[in-house]
Design a protein around this ligand. Structure first.
Ligand SMILES: C[S@@+](CC[C@H](N)C(=O)[O-])C[C@H]1O[C@@H](n2cnc3c(N)ncnc32)[C@H](O)[C@@H]1O
Length: 238
């Protein structure tokens, strides 16, 4: 019975998102926001399909009552799904005001308890998160370095999910590496577990710098990502 009502709530949320899409294309909204910010990479928007998110959250073993944080939650669909289907305490962190506004309205209308915070995730405190999801293939090495102190504050035993490239960091050990599908193709996702003690160098994090012992992140060449997002935006606006 509880399951049916959660599914119904999420179906209502999807219907509302469908209506909002008539006058708000998220790809365009995000691109315009990034243009106003004078960002170098303005094509950063993308969405995690629900099936993919489900696979990721199962791999991260997100349980009922645990705290789930999505850094860069976009329109907030993932948080609404996690809250309604898993029963976790979900928080979406997003800096595009319009996304946060609609996500809050839809959460309120469908009675799905999710907190949406309008701020940059570089400032968000992750110290009480159990699972953090970051679909941030647009992040540069510099941005990763700025974000890492926040991720380092995650409690021991918490899990971090990232897409496409693993981070190599002594406090995070890989739990799983899984193939997942996105609208632009298949890629690898990584689930890492926060440790207290230093982890051994591991095989799937190839980019721990041998000389300095510091982490390094490899990201897709931005020209590739820009092309990918442009294609998507064109497809989406048709
Ligand atoms: C690739 S989309 C992912 C959306 C959603 N997490 C999903 O998987 O469906 C990245 C999102 O992160 C947001 N974002 C990027 N940098 C951010 C930052 N510094 N603070 C907050 N949100 C950010 C973007 O506005 C965008 O909505």
């Amino acid at each position: 019975m509880v399951k049916i009502s959660s599914s119904l709530k999420f179906i209502c949320a999807e219907a509302l998102y469908f209506l909002v899409r008539f006058f708000d294309n998220p790809y365009r909204t995000c691109r315009k926001f990034m243009q106003r910010k004078k960002a170098a990479d303005i094509y950063i928007y993308g969405e995690t399909p629900i099936k993919t998110l489900q696979k990721l959250l199962v791999a991260a073993d997100l349980k009922i009552g645990e705290r789930y944080v999505e850094l860069g939650s976009g329109r907030g669909i993932g948080c609404l799904w996690a809250s309604s289907h898993i029963g976790c305490v979900a928080t979406g962190v997003e800096w595009v005001p319009r996304f946060v506004f609609f996500a809050k309205c839809i959460a309120w209308l469908t009675c799905i308890p999710v907190r949406f915070v309008k701020m940059s995730f570089f400032e968000f405190d992750c110290s009480d998160a159990d699972v953090v999801y970051l679909y941030g293939i647009h992040l540069t090495d510099l941005e990763w370095s700025a974000l890492l102190p926040k991720l380092e504050s995650m409690p021991p035993g918490s899990r971090l999910i990232i897409i496409s490239e693993p981070i190599a960091h002594p406090q995070f050990v890989p739990l799983a590496s899984i193939a997942v599908d996105f609208p632009w193709g298949r890629t690898e996702a990584f689930v890492l577990k926060k440790q207290v003690q230093l982890a051994q160098k591991n095989p799937i994090c190839h980019n721990l710098c041998e000389n300095t012992g510091h982490y390094e992140t490899k990201i897709r060449p931005s020209s590739h990502r820009t092309k990918m997002a442009k294609n998507l935006e064109t497809k989406e606006s048709i």
